[in-house]
Design a protein around this ligand. Sequence first.
Ligand SMILES: Cc1ncc(COP(=O)(O)O)c(C=O)c1O
Length: 493
Amino acid sequence: MKQPQCLTTNRDVVKVLPSLNYMNILSKTLKELKQEDSDDSFYICNIGDIVKKHLYWLQSLPRVKPHYAIKCNPDNMMLKSLIAMGTGFDCASKAEIRQMLELGVDPKHIIFANPCKQASHIRYARDNNVSLLVFDNEDELKKTKKIYPNAKLVLRIQTDDSAATCQLSMKYGAPLDACEGLLLSAMNMGLNVVGISFHVGSGTSDSTAYVESIRNSRKLFDYASEIGFKFTLLDIGGGFPGTTDVELSFDSIANDINKELNDFFPMKSHSHVKIIAEPGRYYAASAFTLVTNVIARKIGETDDVSDKACKGDSNVAMMYYVNDGVYDSFNCMFYDHANPKPSLIYLSDKRSQDGQCYPSSIWGPTCDGLDKLNDCLYLPRLNIGDWLVWSNMGAYTVAAGSSFNGFKTKNTYYFISELDLSLLKDHVGRPSFLSSSFSFEDFQCDEYQSDNPLLDINGNKKSQSLSFFAKCIKSKVSPDGEIKSGIAITATM
Ligand SMILES: Cc1ncc(COP(=O)(O)O)c(C=O)c1O
């Protein structure tokens, strides 16, 4: 078997290109996979997207230090990029804490943010000096008192998460009328409570929940100081969007949060209060693009299509089978209420299109009828061996994926543009970590000759300059990497 010339299976390698565009990356990567006789699905990760998201966070929420929620996507290279830039981390379990410690994170940059913890996981946190622990009930206080009496505790309060796609408040967060009692109990047990946290739910469409929760937190800060605690931490949780196709933009959430923080935690009187957040999807969503292979096809009659609206004028209906499904990356359709659609089609050979689109359904590879990704899309005619490209697949996808039926997307290939690499180098909090943990290699490829066209899902040919650039940061960070207004880079590790 021929060795691939450019692609490497070494996951620590990041390929550097003059500029990122789908055409070059896909054509080169797929050509090399073909040489390996591989038709496996894979991820493309744009490390530059993570870098720019972080810079944009620092600029938009200058008082809030992000602690990435690793449950969202525990990809090691993504974590290493964030470590290099100096974020903290939100861990939910012993395994997540261990992963971060093994990557060299200082335990003081970890918050163990699961309010209902397994006893042995608390012991592990204690033995490894992870001291910041979240709680929301009396029994957790008693458990912590026994195992880790000198932990720094953070009380998670309930929020109105009715506007969130993924609600959490039915499970976590102390009801507001129970909070004072919990703080008193903690005081009576001699425990050290250092602050308040909340989570407005993931994928929220209304920033009122942040506003109200910041106000509620301030009331509890005041009460805590009356009974003798000196609070030093406010944790505003997650819920920030990672893409632009959302009802409530990141900018608008950030504006509302900044205003509330200035009103209720003014710098002047609250400079001793550290403000953190636990963003997950904000960092992960747009950095990862999934590429799946069309492994099988059935051409049927539209009479077989149950959805009448889907049939249109066509007599033919297509069923396409791809090699990742709801039991792996597309578990987000169930657990994260996501509705992924392919954004691009990469044809496996040089052929002309008839310009027609057909009612098409897309199915995952397992033998379960539930494993359906799209019911009714109008797609150009695809052949077995073509590739479907799914963007924005970084959040809550691989993290909960299984290998049911033996199918698993295993490989991720990492890329960064030269400009984004220089941004990363300029703003790196830990230069030594960057040089010891990453290997940057030039991705040498000739400008691709467009004989295997890239199509949008309507069958229109796409240009070669399609960029991976994250849309949601376009307004403040220009495509050439220039940051338009004054930015305070405060990476602190
Ligand atoms: C405690 C906690 N923090 C942070 C997050 C990340 O949330 P998001 O991805 O909405 O930012 C979650 C998600 O479930 C969570 O449970």
